[in-house]
Design a protein around this ligand. Sequence first.
Ligand code: ASP
Length: 315
Amino acid sequence: MWGIIATWSMSLDSLNTAGRELIFDSTASDAVVTAVKQVEDFPFYKSVGYGGLPNEEKEVELDAAYMDGDNLSIGAVGGIKDFANPVMIARELSRKKVNNFLVGSGAEKFASAHEFQRKNMLTKKAKKLYEQKIKENAKKLTPYAGHDTVGMVCLDKTGSMATATSTSGLFMKKAGRIGDSPIPGSGFYVDSQIGGATATGLGEDIMKGCLSFEIVRLMKEGKSPQESCNQAVFQLNEQLKKLRTEAGDISVVAMDKDGHWGCATNIKDFSFVVATAENPTPTVYIANSHNMETEIKVASKQWLTNYFAERGGVN
Ligand code: ASP
């Protein structure tokens, strides 16, 4: 058995690559890092890597993480600037005994010392969107709502699991703001003996539920990935609404050690992609919630065409 699950339709092409690699005995670690790197490199996705939208000071600050489910090693970077592939830097950090999570200039020094590729990550298109936003909201700048993190959980044929995330976080965020995506247990978690989960949405709220760890904890209790995602997301959603009157966007995907998967969301039409040994061609699904349950359907051709057109990308 092998499998890989990823947040958002933007992961579709990279799951094609990952699926091919996993068929040919790639490790979960290599497949997940290669797939996230592919999304980072694609310039038209406005919320990950090259082309990601900048903070309020017009700087692209990126967060990324990697976790190895065999030994629980974690590496993460926060607010890193001018490097092409934060996910690769995160994996390198996971191999160290200490200093696994570096932010800002410390992360950049580490990346330089290890000769990771430098790159100006602000594209013309992102700059233009920034300038438009400044004009529209000259007085009150609020963080943009359409932020998407790529997060993936992968299982290889030998039973090893790994997870990785990468994001530019919220458009117009404060300099130095770090979301859930590089925070272990919030944006991601994996244990090869159980399974893994990863989240996307409003980092500030996802962190309040340590959501990815909670899903893995529920799977450890014997719940299926789908039951675990439902319970973790809907309970946090209700609790936030009760205690704070509102809950931000929260979506998760999970896969267990046998390649069974699940997803839950509190937003409309959350898309995610899955490829497994049983269904090796990656499929895009759309999830919606109804009465604390998740309804999942295969994305129609039309839905995909609209999705990619809206994001100015190509399929
Ligand atoms: N969770 C990310 C953050 O808060 C953004 C997202 O996934 O949409 O930085």
